[in-house]
Write a protein that binds this ligand. Structure first.
Ligand code: GH3
Ligand code: MG
Ligand code: MG
Length: 534
């Protein structure tokens, strides 16, 4: 894949070579035209002389022999001279010295020709021979003409040499100027290339450094998106996460898709196979107006140019990075997107595995709810927040009634199923801001932020009814007893709060089970006096 800068360099070199060739051709042309012009001028000058010599031969022959045959070269020479003079004037390039030299020859020829013509006319009519004086004056005029013509020819030769030398220097100058231009272009291009390369390396280093210190996969994804949008100005980027357990392709930062290319796409419908980059395990691109054999369900819905890079780790595709641009993406853009994605993929995979391991360590396999460890951390966090915000925090402890019997009657496996169902009932009954965890065997803890005693008692009662109403297949009805305590009325720290809720739970057990009891101000409500759940 040729980079844009390589193409620019090639184009600049090609243009310079063409310019250089044009300059050499133009200089050669100037030189050739100059030589042709000078040659034509020389030829015309030669003709001036030969036509005068023809006239002289004709006139002299006629004077000496009186034979009309000699009048033929005379007339031919006369016509030749007129034509040669016209040619010389036409070829005249405006040089005053040459014009003067030509005028002198014309004058000399004209006066000599007039005298000779008068003599010939006189002989033709009167038959008298020319006098010695006339003959001598004709010869002197002819000699003068010869000298003028020789000077004119010499002048022409000198001019020709000068113009040829000028053309040669011009050609050499043009070639030298263009060569310098070529060198300057080369230096500028290489400097620009070096500057861009530095910028690229700086950007990649910055991304790498920040990815190393990012706290979560979501933060790393945001960094990658911002980095890609910075290296391709005007483009929008989005990350899609492959979720194999749910067979889904989920957008990263799913709550905030308005500013991303995925805005307007129904991402609930996306499966890993919806994205061709994920499916093919290689970069997939779709230019505007292209009609691919198989349309990508993600890129196909976007306008403009789209490049999609799979997030590949050890041959496994863990997602894809999608970059969309209203204009065309350049080769350089694609290379930079590719290297950024390659750089980020292993870090994103590590962070995902880590958070998965943390989630597993904090959750209960049977019910899918958070486990006791997670519950202890969460109650500490929520109690601290409630203290800072001066808001109440309700705690409900739930213990299923006579569960030993259920196990004995229906088997441990059925008991497990009942526990899993209770987990679902809790999750379905509570608000998203509430928290439910499996606290022990058949015991659950529910944390209710911003909920006072009355509110907590209402929620506990709601849960009790929901459990009671749930028909367990093969078991029938299961009930639970619930104890409720609240911050700040019943306790000031999480441990004391749990103890109070625990005592209330025992009160519920003591008062007949399948009921809700609130914490009492005195510890006397604990029928066993232990304050601990069994
Ligand atoms: P109570 O009404 O007084 O609470 O009676 P209970 O039988 O529920 O008494 P308790 O709470 O002391 O007994 C808990 C029983 O729950 C013991 C155990 O058989 C059962 N259990 C605890 N964990 C599990 C579990 O993971 N699976 C199953 N199937 N049973 C469990
Ligand atoms: Mg119990
Ligand atoms: Mg029990």
């Amino acid at each position: 894949m040729a980079s844009t800068s390589a193409r620019r360099v090639a184009a600049s070199i090609a243009i310079s070579v063409v310019l250089l060739a044009c300059a050499v051709f133009a200089a050669g042309n100037i030189e050739r035209n100059s030589a042709i012009h000078a040659g034509q001028q020389q030829q015309a000058s030669q003709l001036l002389l030969t036509s005068m010599l023809d006239q002289e031969t004709g006139a002299r022959g006629y004077f000496e022999t009186r034979r009309a045959v000699f009048l033929a070269p005379w007339y031919a020479g006369t016509a030749g001279f007129t034509a040669a003079l016209a040619t010389s004037r036409r070829l005249d390039s405006g040089d005053p010295a040459l014009q003067q030299a030509l005028d002198n020859q014309a004058q000399r020829s004209s006066s000599w020709h007039a005298a000779a013509q008068a003599e010939i006319s006189r002989l033709l009519t009167a038959g008298q021979p020319p006098t010695v004086v006339q003959a001598l004056s004709g010869k002197a005029a002819m000699d003068q003409f010869r000298a003028q013509n020789a000077a004119y020819s010499a002048e022409l030769t000198q001019r020709r040499d000068a113009s040829l030398a000028l053309a040669t220097w011009l050609a050499a100058g043009l070639v030298a100027a263009l060569s310098v231009m070529l060198i300057v272009i080369g230096i500028l291009i290489s400097r620009r290339g070096a500057r861009r390369e530095n910028q690229r390396l700086k950007g990649q280093r910055e991304l790498n450094e920040l990815l190393q210190v990012s706290a979560s996969e979501a933060e790393s994804q945001l960094l990658l998106i911002r980095h890609v949008e910075r290296i391709v100005p005007g483009a929008g980027a989005a990350v899609l996460n492959r979720n194999n357990s749910d067979d889904r392709l989920e957008p990263a930062l799913g709550d905030n898709l308005e500013q991303t290319p995925l805005h307007g796409i129904n991402t609930d419908q996306l499966r890993p196979r919806s994205c061709l980059a994920v499916r093919l395990s290689r970069a997939y691109e779709r230019g505007p107006g292209e009609d691919p054999l198989l349309q990508c369900e993600v890129c196909g819905k976007l306008a403009g140019d789209v490049a999609c890079e799979p997030l590949l780790v050890g041959g496994q595709v863990i997602g894809a990075v999608l970059v969309a641009h209203a204009k065309q993406l350049g080769d350089r853009d694609r290379v930079r997107i590719h290297e950024s994605v390659i750089q980020s993929a292993p870090i994103l995979a590590n962070q995902r595995n880590l958070s998965l391991a943390e989630r597993r360590a904090a959750s209960d396999v049977l019910t899918g709810l958070p486990n006791r460890r997670a519950a202890d951390e969460t109650i500490k966090r929520m109690a601290a927040h409630a203290g800072r915000a001066l808001s109440p925090l309700g705690v409900v402890l739930l213990d299923l009634d006579r569960f030993k019997q259920i196990n004995d009657l229906h088997g441990h496996e059925q008991g497990d199923k009942a526990l899993a169902t209770i987990g679902q009932v809790l999750a379905a009954t509570l608000r998203a801001s509430d928290f439910a965890a499996r606290y022990g065997g058949e015991e659950f803890v529910i944390l209710l932020p911003d909920t006072d005693r009355k509110g907590s008692l209402d929620v506990a009662e709601k849960l009790r009814r929901a459990i009671e109403r749930t028909n367990m297949p093969d078991i029938g009805v299961v009930t639970g007893s619930l104890g409720v305590a609240c911050l700040p009325e019943d306790a000031v720290d999480p441990d004391a709060l749990l103890r109070k809720a625990d005592r209330a739970l025992y009160a519920a057990k003591a008062r007949g089970r399948n009921r809700v009891e609130a914490a009492q101000p005195s510890a006397a409500v604990d029928p066993r006096g232990s304050g601990e759940l069994d």
